[in-house]
Design a binder for this molecule. Structure first.
Ligand SMILES: [Zn+2]
Length: 425
């Protein structure tokens, strides 16, 4: 293996890596609504075509959010070696979340200060995308006669569930194990950590019903908000203690997410809130409807049907003992947990590469929230998939988000070294 030359190539590409990262950050691919996907695919197409990749554009027509105004464009670039062999795929999402408040830098001008590049999407995950491109280019230049293929994809909508991106590509067979064998997703998990998967999620809306009446005579109606209060109390008394007692063997970080968790995402009952400049007083009514949205995150050890049934049993129990209580529940979305084995080939390969480049053993982690691995696993049926990339996870979605240049270079070396292991027989 020609480590020295390969790693020197990556070090020499430092200015190029900075310029590429800044170019990608400068395209404001805000999602929602899903802006500028075509523009970022154009930039990736130009860059990767120049490096000898064949590119394919795929629009996720009909996916949630896809419209002529905001088309869900995805780009897949493929470079074939000179001989048959496995295909290693680097998948990065191109979308970024809203800017939000609190920035002290221009989020799309991508200023470089010392070892950091600032900007929305710098760490999540345009820095990781740029690092994978630099890694692949350096590997191809160093080893033009390699076996197999390298793919790099830039995909839409990860921040809103991935249905206009990886889910769509997986449905079309792009992640079929017969054509792709190893997948690395350069999400910002830190350069010395391998992310094996993520917890599951179950989202549902619960509505309690009542009966409208004059607020001065609430006994003539039935208050839906009080019924919802009983639901929340039952959650406190029964569900939260039960969830807190469940711990996973998944290496989820941070530690608090090794338990089952549930967030009450929203609550609404009674009259709609008025505009801030409305000066009138509320009408006196007993609310006849109250709705909450729950965001239940669950563990590998919990079957999704049990997660769902636990909530329904609690509501049915209330119905049996609380006068006039009734409810409706509507599932909004579900994500099954995903976990790649520690002895999967992509895991052991990246493990050894991290040890080689950084001189230390990696930490295995799992993500509290989900990312596009779920679609590669469940729709693509491809299990040999991890998230590995530069960046500090806690900076994602925050103001003054940044990516470390040294971290990008180091993780590019880990990626390039992994390509050597997998594609040089
Ligand atoms: Zn991300």
């Amino acid at each position: 293996m020609s480590d020295d030359r390969l790693f020197h190539r990556i070090d020499d590409a430092r200015d190029d890596l900075i310029a590429l990262t800044r170019e990608l950050i400068a395209i404001p691919t805000l999602n929602p609504p899903g802006k500028n996907y075509a523009a970022i695919c154009d930039a990736l197409d130009a860059r990767l075509s120049r490096a000898g990749f064949a590119t394919t554009w795929v629009r996720a027509e009909g996916a949630p959010g896809d419209s002529d105004r905001y088309p869900r464009w995805n780009l897949i670039a493929r470079h074939d070696g000179t001989r048959a062999g496995p295909c290693v795929h680097f998948n990065s999402h191109t979308d970024v979340v809203e800017v939000g408040h609190g920035w002290t830098r221009d989020p799309f001008n991508a200023p470089v200060e010392g070892d950091k590049i600032y900007g929305r999407g710098a760490c999540d995950m345009k820095g990781g995308l740029a690092a994978s491109i630099i890694a692949a280019e350096a590997f191809i230049t160093e080893h033009p006669d390699y076996a197999g293929a390298i793919e790099i994809s830039g995909t839409a909508d990860e921040e809103s569930g991935g249905y206009g991106g990886v889910a769509h590509l997986a449905e079309q067979g792009w992640f079929d194990p017969s054509r792709v064998q190893h997948v690395i997703i350069p999400e910002p998990l830190n350069k010395d950590r391998i992310c094996l998967g993520h917890r599951g999620g179950w989202w549902a809306e619960i509505e309690t019903r009542g009966e409208i009446a004059h607020g001065s005579m609430p006994f003539l109606g039935d208050c839906a908000v009080r019924h919802m209060g009983a639901v929340l109390q039952a959650f406190e008394d029964t569900l939260y203690p039960a969830m807190a007692a469940r711990w996973t063997d998944m290496p989820v970080v941070p530690e608090g997410a090794r338990q089952s968790t549930m967030n009450i995402n929203s609550i609404h009952g009674g009259q709609p809130e008025q505009e801030a400049d409305y000066t009138g007083l509320p009408a006196h009514c007993v609310p006849d409807s109250c709705r909450i949205v729950i965001d239940r995150r669950f563990l590998m050890e919990e079957p999704i049907e049990a997660v769902r049934q636990e909530v329904i049993d609690l509501l049915d129990d209330l119905k049996s003992r609380r006068a006039n209580f009734d409810y409706e529940i509507r599932e909004i979305n579900r994500v099954i947990p995903s976990m790649t084995d520690r002895d999967a080939p992509v895991v052991t390969t990246v493990h050894d590469a991290i040890r080689h480049v950084l001189g230390q053993d990696p930490t295995y982690v799992a993500s509290p929230g989900s990312y596009d691995q779920k679609h590669i696993d469940r729709i693509g049926k491809l299990k040999n998939c991890i998230a590995y990339g530069p960046g500090v996870l806690e900076l994602a979605h925050k103001p003054d988000e940044w990516i470390g240049i040294t971290d990008m270079l180091d993780s590019a070396k880990v990626m390039a070294r992994s390509l050597e292991t997998l594609l040089l027989p």
